[in-house]
Design a protein around this ligand. Sequence first.
Ligand code: UD1
Length: 380
Amino acid sequence: MTTPPRFKVDCIVGARPNFVKIAPVMRALAARPGLVPRLIHTGQHYDFVMNAVFFEELGIPAPDINLEVGSGTNTQQTARIMLALEPVFLASRPDLLIVVGDVNSTLAATLVASKLLIPVAHVEAGLRSRDRTMPEEVNRLATDCLSDLLFVTERSAIDNLTKENIDPARITFVGNVMIDTLHACLARAIAPARTFGEIGAAEGFVKAADAKGFGFVTLHRPSNVDDPVKLGALLGALAEISKRLPLVFPAHPRTRGMIAAAGLDALLDGADIVTAPPLSYLRALGLMRAARLVVTDSGGIQEETTALGVPCLTVRENTERPATIDEGTNTLIGTDPAALLAGVDEILTRGGKAGRIPHLWDGRAAERIADAVEAFLRRA
Ligand code: UD1
């Protein structure tokens, strides 16, 4: 009797949002006897709070290989990942590479695999902000163009890929792996009271949050935080909002660094705002679920708030995730502080958008991906 072939599938992760996406994919691949998954970490994110805590909470297996490339400019990061990854593929060639999302690690790995003629599957393909000042938009365009399998989360992605003349046979609507993770973790989400205690929230803040509820804030995009004038204006708006609604603001290292470098800490003095280091997934999920509103520039949080039914104000001029606006609870408010204040007022006085759950955001996207991957490898 001949044993059926087993296919080697490499998965790449590098940055925080990748970890949330890869967890259910690794689980679904590992459950298939015909597939042998291997996890390669580029090392783009390396701090415990940006990295290891996600592996622990989400049950992601320890990476088989860590390229340890660390921080740098977009080009430095991309180039270092390429140089470190090529020998890995040359030593042990996978039958397929899976990349997720839109970070520099996603594009760098796709380029290396493509040049070695290793097929690539892109999870979260087809999203477009049409804003090439975002490094992520360049990463998305190039990754999709080179990928053999394009797994999409929403209908807009199919339209975008079709307009770019991508063969529809390469595209599969699978749903959203980030929402798979959310479903898998909701029962374990950490209560806000515990997180408030851990991050040293003052008694007055906790009492005010009990009485009035609270808002959850994240800001880390270069377009919002790298210019001290813009960042100062946004922090001023947050201080104003906190007079009506206490805010919890876990800050990405980039944001924290910019606030310190520009001497903007004073803008938050006396405001009902608790700042914190980046929070673990289960802590952030617990806060988001309980929040009256969320203010963010993150891609993933726009989707998570839609899945949770919590109103979200996105501090950007565009979004690559229009389903969160057309169907979900998200509102794009731009980067004008006055618009942010108006958006908050609308939610606090009228409750904000109710929204509905987008098609196939049902917790089973990774299973669909594993099905499609197996079918592709058997055909190849
Ligand atoms: C990256 C992604 C972005 C994603 C974000 C989530 C790209 C182009 N951007 O942006 O899409 O939304 O991750 O977090 O890939 N730093 C640390 N510790 C870490 C990692 C970073 O202190 O573990 C600091 C470093 O000073 C670094 C800066 O944060 O220079 C930015 O990190 P980087 O990986 O370049 O991009 P992110 O802003 O995290």
